[in-house]
Design a protein around this ligand. Structure first.
Ligand SMILES: Cc1cc2nc3c(=O)[nH]c(=O)nc-3n(C[C@H](O)[C@H](O)[C@H](O)COP(=O)(O)OP(=O)(O)OC[C@H]3O[C@@H](n4cnc5c(N)ncnc54)[C@H](O)[C@@H]3O)c2cc1C
Length: 642
């Protein structure tokens, strides 16, 4: 008889694996189906050139949730994160900007460019940390539905409102600005050094088809600011063995928890019956059945390729079709015979151990976008480079190096020709651009891999090559990701869930989508208790029952036995919830209660009082920034007069 599973997870990317691991740890029988021969999706290490192990797509890590690292005990499964040391930006005039993890060194470097910016940088850092503290719990939260009157949603919204209130006034304004402004405009308010603003604004455009002057990019900047490694806020790192090592560590933890993983098993269809999913069909024609299907691939594949459109509500389908991908990134991985020599800081040194950013000016960044807008790849692109071999020599033969170059913009849709025709030219453009700053580069290249957005789509299944399974623009975030009303990992098809980066909190090697989706699946199947902060209140609940020394409860055998736990004298059979589940009913009843009698004093019109300071004022008026600007410029004045 064919094997039956509790859950089938489509896709063995890191989110699919996290999802599977948590479900298996709660006692589910889980099967992961991965299309490729290797696990990891966009977080994968492959030996493309003999001896050189490229982090083919994603190359640095920071956002991976600490609770996932802890819960799955990833260091025991081989995860090791090595710190990335700052960012160096070569400038066309032969100078450079080099920010390192050492605070006082960075300050001295910034002072070399602008004393004002050195001061503002500290203040900026503090403010960003405050905003990250506000936003971070949201990453670990199942998005509330703002249109719902469910007390659990209202509680979450109240929690967010309360947190917002705890922010200092200045941070409140900053947060609203971050949510609405462009990265360039936001940074213009803080700094005057062009190269500093250009390099910092680059975080705002990664993975989006937007320029640094497009509204909404300031939030993406914050998204990339939120990382932490081993408790060190805002730091980025390499995973030893490449980003594939992260996926492999999660895969090992999943296997240990009992997950079965099949590679080279491409799903072509999701089986449904009476509006509920009950299995999948593989490319080979094999049918596999399960109580639940959890899809870690994007909405385009899940709903438009794997399911007949008649199975889905028309308005939902419309929203899925409207979901924006618009891939804009490419990658060039180079195998090098030696280290590149940058004219701005010649010779080997610490400056090569961090990121090297080709983002010399704001104008350069915006022009790079201009070409992409009209369907061409940037002739002088923004490039974010790392040399992982300086931190982790295990990924290349002794004495050799890897230069990993993330490139933007490479629009998925070209106005002329195809990506197969343009691949070589794109690779050459990237190499030429780097050579302007490191003239010896071409001589030391011994192999290269050029990845266009079309290649990203072909290899990972990421639609239009969008690195985040869908743009991280404001209208596609939080309770709107991937579709308004369906942001809580459930779908209009019962027993079909989403668990990939297309769901909240979005892309990057974070694992949060897989984790939160697992919590929701367990909630629906009678397991798991809370999503607050992404943690279970009773941590032992998540361990496999036998290992936690816990008796296997009858309800863990399946959802159908849930009723067995309801007290026999309880009139409401099925799921046994607390008083909070009655509150929506009370609310509905309250609408029928008679209105309070008219009270002339309470209902008298209030006298008009103009608002002296409001959010709209803050949004439009630079005066809102006055106290800080004044302080900074004040100090310049002081020094000038001294
Ligand atoms: C070029 C590039 C650079 C990036 N750089 C970084 C970075 O430096 N740092 C960072 O944090 N993030 C980075 N990212 C983003 C990050 O890698 C992704 O957001 C993240 O890996 C998405 O994980 P996921 O598990 O949700 O989805 P995916 O990784 O897309 O996994 C989906 C999986 O499903 C599989 N699949 C597809 N179709 C099928 C099918 N029909 N049947 C079965 N399986 C299927 C795929 O093969 C894949 O393994 C980068 C991404 C790219 C593409």
């Amino acid at each position: 008889m064919a094997k039956r599973y509790d859950v089938i997870v489509i896709g063995g990317g890191h989110n699919g694996l996290v999802n599977a691991a948590y479900l298996a740890r709660a006692g589910k029988k889980v099967l992961v189906l991965e299309r490729r021969y290797v696990l990891g999706g966009a977080a994968v290490t492959e030996e493309i050139i003999p001896g050189f192990k490229f982090s083919v797509f994603s190359y640095v890590v920071s956002l991976l949730r600490p609770e996932i690292i802890r819960d799955l005990d990833l260091p025991r499964h081989g995860l090791e994160i090595l710190p990335l040391d700052g960012t160096m930006t070569p400038m066309p005039n032969g100078d450079h900007l080099w920010r390192v993890n050492d605070h006082s060194k960075t300050r001295r470097e910034l002072e070399r460019h602008s004393k004002l910016d050195a001061e503002a940088y500290e203040e900026f850092g503090k403010s960003m940390v405050a905003m990250c503290r506000f936003v971070k719990p949201i990453l670990a939260m199942i998005p509330p539905d703002p249109t719902s009157l469910d007390p659990r949603d209202l509680k979450k919204l109240a929690f967010l409102g309360k947190r917002f209130q705890t922010l200092a006034a200045e941070d409140k304004y900053n947060l609203v600005q971050l949510m609405t402004m462009s990265a360039a405009d936001f940074l213009d308010q803080w700094f005057e050094t062009d190269v500093l603003k250009a390099t910092m604004s680059a975080s705002g455009i990664i993975g989006t088809f937007l320029g640094i002057r497009s509204p909404g990019t300031a939030y993406v900047l914050l998204h990339h600011y939120m990382g932490e490694i081993d408790g060190a806020f805002r730091s980025w790192g390499f995973s030893r063995g490449g980003t594939g090592a992260i996926s492999n560590a999660i895969g090992d933890a999943a296997r240990e928890a009992g997950v079965e993983i099949r590679t080279e098993a491409a799903v072509t269809r999701i089986l449904t019956k009476n509006g509920a999913a009950h299995g999948v069909v593989l490319e080979s024609g094999e049918e596999i059945h399960a109580d639940i299907v959890s899809s870690s691939v994007d909405p385009n594949l899940t709903f438009l390729k794997f399911i007949e459109s008649r199975e889905l509500p028309g308005d939902f389908l419309e929203e899925v079709r409207r979901f924006k991908y618009r891939g804009s990134s490419g990658k060039v991985n180079l195998a090098l015979d030696a280290l590149p020599d940058f004219t701005c800081l010649p010779g080997p040194g610490r400056h090569l151990r961090g990121a090297i950013s080709i983002s010399p000016s704001m104008e350069y960044m915006e022009r790079a976008y201009d070409q992409a807008k009209y369907g061409e790849f940037s002739r002088r692109p923004y490039i974010d480079m790392v040399i992982p071999t300086l931190t982790d020599p295990s990924v290349a033969p002794p004495g050799k190096h890897i230069l990993s170059c993330f490139v933007q913009y490479a629009p998925y849709k070209l106005s002329h020709g195809t990506w197969d025709e343009q691949r070589e030219a794109f690779g050459n453009t990237v190499i030429d651009t780097i050579s302007e700053h490191a003239p010896d580069l071409k001589k030391i290249i011994i192999g290269k891999q050029v990845i266009t957005p079309l290649d990203i789509e072909r290899q990972t299944g990421l639609t239009e090559g969008n690195i985040f399974q869908g743009e991280l623009s404001l209208e596609q975030l939080f309770f709107l990701r991937p579709v308004a009303g369906w942001a809580r990992y459930r779908t209009p098809i019962r027993k079909l869930y989403m668990c990939g980066a297309a769901t909240h909190p979005g892309g990057g090697i974070m694992g949060a989508s897989g984790h939160l989706a697992a919590l929701e699946i367990l909630k629906d199947t009678g397991k798991g208790k809370t999503d607050r902060g992404g943690h279970s209140r009773n941590r032992d609940y998540w361990r496999r029952p036998q290992r936690a020394g816990r008796r296997v409860l009858p309800r863990e055998k399946g959802p159908e036995t849930t009723a067995a736990r309801t007290p026999p004298n309880c009139r409401r059979r099925g799921r046994h919830r607390g008083i909070s589940s009655w509150l929506p009913l009370l609310h509905r009843c309250s609408r029928r209660w008679p209105a309070a009698p008219f009270n002339p004093q309470r209902h008298a019109p209030k006298p008009f009082r103009p608002r002296t300071f409001g959010i709209s004022h803050t949004l439009v008026s630079p005066i809102a920034r006055w106290p800080r600007t004044h302080a900074v410029h004040g100090s310049r004045l002081l020094r000038a007069t001294n």
